[in-house]
Ligand binder design. Structure first.
Ligand SMILES: Cc1cc2nc3c(=O)[nH]c(=O)nc-3n(C[C@H](O)[C@H](O)[C@H](O)COP(=O)(O)OP(=O)(O)OC[C@H]3O[C@@H](n4cnc5c(N)ncnc54)[C@H](O)[C@@H]3O)c2cc1C
Length: 672
């Protein structure tokens, strides 16, 4: 009872401080509130939504913001960016406020707050055996609520894509796109051949690291894992002091990096609070053409046409959902939910992959003040007000000061299969006020495991598997885009995935035996998960049981509109990211990745969008568009020339070719 009251009071304390400090921001950091530098909604800016744009991009997340910027670099091409959420909040800028950006309470307005279906062999300690799936609902999408870690994955991931027959997606092909977007601000890495300088996306060290950070690195070295200054460089193996998508210590979302510099372009319109309900299509002879989108904004339904292309960047959950509600997906499933079938595309929504971790172990630190995390997180909101302009814990990220990439017995050091999040906080740190709630941990488990050690100095080491075997799917719950879809990740549905997590957790436990950690008197929290209480806490069986109890998404769903060769029946888009069987429609976001990269997915998604922008620009130069997006069993065939349609008021085409406005687009514009 007392513990519950403690948590409630702390929660209210934090709410009060969040509100108070948000009021302080304009005074402490006036540079952040310079509204004229922020993207504005087209109508709020006093402009009219046009009936037709050259390109319509759906979703302004990690991918959509990049596309909006790159496509509108050409002043004679018009672009409409449609985003369901609003602008970025001031709170999203503050790294330590990360955890308040999602989950119940604080982050509700900026988070789609999805949850998975109940899991059979995992998520046992979570409410209803469901995993909470936050997704950003604001400019910048998930890049505006994520952990800011800048990780690209392993060279072999992309070479694997190339070896699947996806030409142009090998590591040497994609490295220039990683570099193009990047402004590496860590001085020692600026001359590295793996990094770019001067791009829109700034990469820095976090401005603040908890005191235990150097101990994590030293403990790794004791176990033969080198300190690696750059896991995105020559070798991924090792422990690294985390790099983040940050600018002067604050979050650098893709909205900040890509949209703010483009926001004033007259050929880019951004419509916010606008939820796309479906992609409009027309069939002419046997060709299906995407003609535009229908969206709802403040209760009013709008239809806007795309003279060239509609591009879906709504993320790995909603891009497949949008395709399906528009009639593009597995025919049987569409019929079941009452959606008329436009194109039978069986792979839509399939192949869902997500990184999964085993959370839950709190390591108790016996030297008070060494982690400082308990103190820091409990007071970060006050620190946020008091040290906002100066540095300090508000600029830290207590969920992974150190990233470890290690190889289990199933892999080799050149291709790590485990990532460790070494963090100066645990579920005990905030006494359940925020983190356990955001995870969906049941109160019973919290009370057993963490209440007895609440507020103590603890750290955590969460292993995640880098290339899970488990596959899930996204399906429709109803024919409406306004209903959340069915999310079924099937976590830990293969024994190998469980075994790998056990290997990761055992490595974490070995860390505490190092001289470095022993000098800090580190011990394992001896409390057991209730469902595993019959097992010896030191046994593999217990660790496997824990993984199945406190199964943690690492928030990296990909693969649900995956790229593939024409002879791959499950492929949704081709290697140019064109939806098969539909002309004028692409998907560009995390959903197109055929396999999840061996690391966090923000930088890879940005890379995909950078490359896609070039593909789209190249295709616009073609006098004839070859319909390679046709379904594999149909012959590729030439379609009518894509019209060079731009802002018809200017009458200019990018390459000086004559403007030929799409007949269909014109007819539809007249109808409207
Ligand atoms: C809590 C969390 C922590 C993470 N931490 C990290 C990290 O530290 N490092 C890292 O590399 N990755 C991290 N990730 C993953 C990474 O952020 C994502 O992989 C990446 O942002 C995905 O980009 P996306 O463009 O595919 O989708 P998103 O960025 O999610 O963008 C989709 C956009 O589409 C909009 N949208 C959706 N449906 C519609 C519709 N119908 N109409 C209009 N708009 C729509 C959404 O509102 C959103 O803005 C994290 C993710 C989360 C959620």
């Amino acid at each position: 009872m007392l513990g519950w009251l403690q948590t409630l009071l702390l929660r209210w304390f934090i709410v009060a401080f969040v509100s108070f400090n948000t009021l302080l921001i304009p005074w402490l950091r006036p540079d952040l509130v310079v509204q004229h530098e922020r993207p504005q909604d087209v109508q709020a800016a006093g402009l009219d939504l046009r009936d037709v744009y050259d390109y319509i991009v759906v979703g302004s997340g990690s991918a959509g913001s990049v596309l909006a910027n790159r496509l509108s670099e050409n002043a004679s091409v018009s672009v409409l960016l449609v985003e369901a959420g609003g602008g970025e909040s001031l709170r999203s800028e503050v790294p330590a406020a990360f955890i308040t950006m999602s989950g119940p309470g604080y982050g509700a307005a900026e988070d789609w707050a999805f949850e998975t279906e109940p899991q059979a062999g995992s998520c046992g300690a979570l409410h209803g055996c469901r995993s909470q799936w936050p997704r950003g609902k604001l400019l910048g999408g998930s890049s505006a609520i994520n952990g800011m870690l800048y990780i690209r994955g392993n060279r072999r991931d992309y070479d694997g894509w190339r070896d699947m027959g996806l030409s142009g997606w090998g590591y040497d092909d994609v490295l220039p796109y990683f570099k193009k977007s990047e402004d590496m601000r860590i001085p020692e890495l600026q001359d590295s051949p793996y990094h770019g300088v001067g791009g829109p996306l700034t990469v820095e060290h976090y401005k603040h690291y908890a005191g235990i950070t150097e101990d994590f690195l030293a403990a790794g070295r004791e176990l033969g894992v080198p300190t690696n200054e750059d896991v995105n460089g020559e070798s991924q193996f090792g422990f690294m002091k985390s790099h983040g998508t940050l600018r002067e210590g604050l979050r650098c979302s893709t909205a900040k990096a890509f949209l703010r510099p483009a926001a004033k372009r007259p050929n880019l319109h951004i419509t916010m609070d606008s939820t796309v309900l479906k992609v409009l299509t027309e069939r002419e002879d046997d060709v299906v053409q995407a003609t535009g989108v229908e969206f709802v904004k403040h209760g009013q339904v709008h239809r806007v046409l795309a003279a060239r292309e509609v591009i879906l960047s709504a993320g790995a959950v909603q891009s497949p959902q949008l395709l399906m509600v528009s009639g593009i997906g597995p025919a049987e499933h569409l019929k079941q939910v009452g959606v008329p079938v436009v194109v039978d595309l069986p792979g839509v929504g399939e192949n869902l992959q997500d990184h999964v971790g085993a959370a839950g172990t709190a390591y108790l630190v016996g030297v008070p003040g060494k982690t400082s995390a308990a103190l820091e997180i409990a007071s970060f909101e006050s620190a946020y007000g008091l040290t906002y302009g100066l540095g300090g814990p508000s600029f830290g990220w207590t969920f992974g000061e150190v990233m470890g990439f290690i190889a289990s017995k199933f892999s080799d050091p050149a291709y790590p299969d485990l990532q460790l999040f070494l963090a100066s906080a645990s579920d005990a740190t905030d006494a359940g006020a925020i983190h356990a709630r955001a995870m969906g941990l049941t109160p019973e488990v919290f009370e057993t495991m963490y209440r007895p050690v609440a507020f103590q100095d603890t750290y955590s080491c969460v292993p995640q598997i880098l290339r899970p075997e488990s596959r899930g799917h996204i399906r429709l719950r109803s024919a409406s885009m306004l209903d959340p879809p069915v999310i079924q990740p099937n976590y830990l549905s293969t024994q190998r995935d469980v075994d790998l997590l056990v290997e990761g957790e055992k490595f974490c436990r070995r860390l505490l035996e190092t001289k470095t950690m022993q000098a800090l008197n580190v011990t394992l929290n001896p409390r057991k998960f209730p469902a595993c209480s019959h097992l010896d806490i030191l046994s593999d069986e217990y660790v496997a049981c824990q993984a199945r109890q406190y199964t943690m998404t690492i928030y990296h769903p990909v693969g649900t509109c995956r790229m593939g060769r024409p002879d791959d029946a499950q492929a949704v888009v081709d290697e140019r990211l064109r939806v098969r069987g539909v002309r004028g429609l692409r998907v560009v976001d995390a959903s197109v990745m055929p396999t999840v990269p061996s690391g966090n997915t923000n930088a890879p998604t940005i890379m995909v969008a950078e490359k896609a922008a070039d593909l789209i620009k190249e295709d616009a130069l073609q006098p004839e568009v070859v319909l390679l997006g046709e379904l594999g069993d149909r012959p590729a065939r030439a379609a009518k020339a894509t019209q060079c349609v731009s802002d018809n008021r200017s009458g200019q085409c990018p390459e000086g070719r004559p403007t030929r406005t799409s007949r269909r687009a014109n007819e539809r514009a007249e109808e409207l």
